[in-house]
Design a protein around this ligand. Structure first.
Ligand code: URA
Length: 247
């Protein structure tokens, strides 16, 4: 018997094994143990058929991507590269790094041309939309090089909130990471995405940014990825992004 017919879908254990979660036998064990849910309901029966195009499947509470056509990438966007898929003035842009890919990918939010660091790329429109939408409060972490010394009150001021020209803004956290001569390295965590927000916040407290790198989005870290390098997110990283936006 075929594993897929038009209306019946594919057996859950096969979907899980094709998604790389576990071998089919191990997937059956996960189902037996009540660790798998489909569309919010725990499935204990073996052989349940699901449609991988529409089913929301969780293992141990973490969403599993079971769609083979979905792509989730992390680019370390180099400084000087514009966050666009095409640039009509011929400037370097993110699309240059994706020319040999067949999928139609979106960049999740933007980084300034002058900012380096983690930029997510995907063809999962719902996830991209939620990651960008301020109501989901997804945290992004930045490292900024600013003039030193950085006074003790700077973090308190930024956490308490300041008023920018387009309204109030605050950081979730602020940390002095390092001091070297007349420069300091500070870490800022923020969950909103207004244009130039980190630069404007630091400017406002007297620390204009010399250089800015985004190092993390929710639980996905840039790590030691070189500027210009692209990598596929692993299953846990994709699951953590789904969790961050309630999918
Ligand atoms: N905040 C900025 O100021 N620039 C970026 O690129 C991202 C956040």
């Amino acid at each position: 018997m075929s594993d897929k017919t038009a209306n019946e879908g594919i057996r859950l254990q096969k979907v899980l094994s094709q998604a790389g979660v576990a071998s089919r036998r191990a997937a059956e064990d996960l189902i037996d143990q009540g660790r798998v849910s489909v569309d919010g309901k725990v499935v204990r029966e073996q052989g349940k058929r699901v449609d991988p195009l529409t089913a929301a499947i969780h293992v141990d509470g973490m969403r599993v991507n079971v769609r083979e056509d979905r792509v989730y990438l992390a680019l370390n966007k180099p400084r000087g590269v514009h966050t666009t898929m095409e640039d009509d003035q011929g400037r370097p842009c993110v699309g240059d790094y994706l020319r040999n890919r067949a999928e139609r990918l979106f960049h999740v939010g933007r980084l300034d041309a002058d900012t380096e660091g983690l930029l997510l790329l995907t063809n999962d429109g719902e996830l991209a939309h939620r990651l960008m939408h301020p109501s989901y409060g997804v945290k992004k972490t930045y490292l900024a090089e600013v003039p030193a010394p950085v006074g003790r009150d700077v973090g308190k001021t930024l956490r308490g909130g300041v008023v920018l020209e387009d309204g109030p803004a605050k950081v979730d956290s602020f940390k002095l990471v390092d001091n070297f001569g007349n420069r300091a390295l500070v870490e800022v965590v923020i969950h909103e995405g207004r244009k130039h927000i980190v630069r404007r916040l630091l400017d406002e407290v007297g620390h204009p940014v010399h250089s800015l790198v985004r190092t993390r989005i929710a639980d996905v870290a840039l790590g030691n990825q070189r500027p210009g390098a692209i990598r596929a997110l692993n299953r846990n990283e994709v699951g953590s992004l789904y969790s961050a936006v309630g999918l």
